[in-house]
Write a protein that binds this ligand. Structure first.
Ligand SMILES: NC(=O)c1ccc[n+]([C@@H]2O[C@H](COP(=O)([O-])OP(=O)(O)OC[C@H]3O[C@@H](n4cnc5c(N)ncnc54)[C@H](OP(=O)(O)O)[C@@H]3O)[C@@H](O)[C@H]2O)c1
Length: 317
């Protein structure tokens, strides 16, 4: 049970990766300011979290089952929280999907939206009325830079993150009237099981209905550059947990929070040209014309990201 003065934080998707790390980081807060309710859809996967939490479990961290794709599971979980009182909701659970769109069934696409869009909405709908009554609360949504900028062969994942960005951007205005803050965390690549799961899916992938050229662009052009980008720009779940902690501890939390300053110029391209030509052409050239020079391009991006741009991101340090 939370002590008076402690903030109750509920986090989804804590069996691995970013969710697990945020749960442990907040539970380990030196001043014990947080009572963390770490949730996962399958409690049989709890060992990794409990190992990382050590003796925090049962003190500042507790565990509840929650499947964001199930109305019943969401309702049950929130009603198991004392007085339904949640100060901070961190909606982190998400799934990825990669590959030529012709080879992805509509059912697979719906599964992604069910988790990454409806899963977040379902939870916000359940938690928001109590926050509104109390005129306080903070909702933090794990989005992605792919919620701001489309990325080739990530069409469906990107669409699910754009959808939740649009939903939250609209909701933030109404919620502000109730003194409820809404913040998006927008990481670039992060080394978690997310990346491993997607690469496994790709290894097992068949490409029904996809022409040979598209398969070649995906496997021989996109995948090597994607691996390159992960290696050059990848952050750790710890980095994202630190950024998230900064956001919830800010006296005036920002709506958008890019965690990786290397992405600031990429996002800036989009807003620099409202026709969209600049970003579409830049991505086309980077992938198809300057593929072998991607590594150099990334080094240039690193130089471009000077301190004046850095303040537009939320640094983990
Ligand atoms: N890794 C990246 O490069 C990256 C970059 C930007 C944004 N993100 C976002 O960060 C978030 C966390 O991803 P991650 O990198 O930490 O990946 P991860 O290690 O695969 O973790 C994803 C978590 O979501 C959970 N989950 C999936 N479907 C769920 C459902 N229906 N109900 C409840 N939990 C569910 C998974 O549970 P199971 O173990 O049961 O599957 C797992 O705990 C996602 O929203 C992702 O889109 C990741």
């Amino acid at each position: 049970m939370a002590n008076s003065g402690q903030k109750v934080v509920l986090i989804t998707g804590c069996s691995s990766g970013i969710g697990l790390r945020i749960a442990v980081t907040l539970a380990r807060d030196e001043k014990k300011r947080y009572h963390v309710i770490a949730t996962m859809r399958d409690l049989r996967k709890k060992d990794k979290l409990l190992e990382a939490a050590g003796d925090l479990y049962g003190k500042t961290l507790m565990l509840l089952p929650l499947d964001v794709c199930s109305d019943e599971s969401v309702k049950q979980c929130i009603s198991n929280v004392q007085d339904r009182h949640i100060d901070i909701l961190i909606s982190n659970a998400g799934v990825g999907i990669l590959g030529p769109v012709e080879s992805i069934s509509i059912d697979e696409m719906k599964r992604v939206f069910e988790t990454n869009f409806f899963g977040v909405v379902r939870l916000i709908k359940e938690v928001m009325p109590d926050m509104k009554k109390r005129r306080s609360g903070h909702i933090v949504v794990m989005s992605s830079v792919m919620g701001l900028q489309g990325v080739v062969f990530n069409d469906v994942y990107t669409a699910s993150k754009f959808a939740i960005e649009g939903f939250c951007e609209s909701m933030a205005v109404q919620l502000m009237k109730f003194n409820i803050r809404l913040s998006m965390i927008e990481p670039g690549p992060v080394h978690t099981e997310f990346e491993t799961k997607m690469m496994e899916d790709v290894a097992n992938m068949e490409y029904p209905g996809v022409d040979a050229d598209t398969i070649r662009y995906f496997k021989d052009v996109y995948l090597p550059s994607s691996i390159d980008i992960f290696e050059a720009m990848g952050q750790t779940p710890e980095d994202i947990a630190k950024c998230t902690k900064k956001v919830i501890e800010s006296s005036s939390p920002r709506f958008r929070n890019l965690t990786n300053s290397l992405y600031t110029p990429i996002i800036a391209l989009k807003y620099a040209d409202e026709t969209g030509g600049l970003s579409v052409n830049t991505f086309y050239n980077l992938l198809f014309n300057f593929g072998p020079l991607m590594h150099i391009a990334m080094s240039i991006l690193k130089c471009l990201t000077c301190n004046c741009l850095r303040r537009r991101t939320i640094s983990p340090n």
